[in-house]
Design a protein around this ligand. Structure first.
Ligand code: TYD
Length: 203
């Protein structure tokens, strides 16, 4: 079973994922991430840092995804493992729809077309929703170098794209209010994963 966790920067994904690693230990899950599970992921990070052409950047994200499927996701799913990915294709739909505006004709369609036929859709996607204002406060408080995605105008649109994805795919999206207590979020998410993975094993 493939579970993905999505949300704008600063929405609390990392905290949730750390908690899940502890809570779901007995299920022996594979934790992975995009970008970064492959050496191409390292090139993606370099591309982000050097602010390369957005089309090149988008294609690097897609290349990382393809390699990620081959080296991590497919083998783990084949073994019947539970896979939890920190970001996945929805990140592309949410972020690159924004960064590709004006550069390709219809960014959403462009992204759909490029993934069609070879990608794997998640069984369950948790979307952490935090107001952009608060996400920026959290990011700014961290005192680390900011990525070019991390500004108000971009994040507002990324957030809107995420919500649109959740509305279009209600069968797999679960939207979480990221302002809620961290423990409450962790308990809620881990219980859903547990229940769903039981059903997946029975089937
Ligand atoms: P990452 O380092 O994982 O940041 P975070 O810890 O906030 O998740 O990801 C780097 C950035 O890349 C992040 O701002 C989101 C962006 N991103 C995309 O724009 N498209 C994508 O397909 C993915 C996977 C990430």
């Amino acid at each position: 079973m493939l579970v993905t966790v999505e949300g704008i920067d600063g929405s609390g994904k990392s905290t949730l994922l750390q908690g899940l690693a502890e809570k779901l230990k007995d299920l022996n899950p594979v934790f992975t991430r995009e970008p970064g599970a492959t050496w191409i992921g390292e090139q993606v990070r370099r591309g982000i840092k050097e602010k390369i052409n957005p089309v090149a950047e988008a294609l690097l994200f897609v290349a990382d995804h393809a390699a990620h499927l081959d080296t991590v996701i497919r083998p783990a799913l084949k073994e019947g493992r539970l896979v939890v990915s920190d970001r996945y294709t929805d990140s592309r739909y949410a972020y690159q729809s924004e960064t590709l505006k004006g550069l390709v004709k219809d960014p959403k369609k462009w992204l759909e077309d490029i993934h069609n036929g070879w990608t794997i859709s998640p069984d369950l996607t948790f979307l952490l929703m935090l107001p952009v204002e608060e996400s920026l406060e959290r990011i700014n408080g961290k005192n680390i170098e900011k990525e070019h995605f991390e500004c108000r105008a971009v994040l507002e649109n990324v957030q809107a794209n995420y919500l649109e994805l959740a509305e279009k795919n209600p069968e797999r999206f679960i939207v979480i209010d990221a302002k809620k207590d961290k423990k409450e979020i962790l308990d809620f998410v881990s219980e859903i994963i547990r229940k769903k993975s039981k059903i997946a094993r029975i089937n």
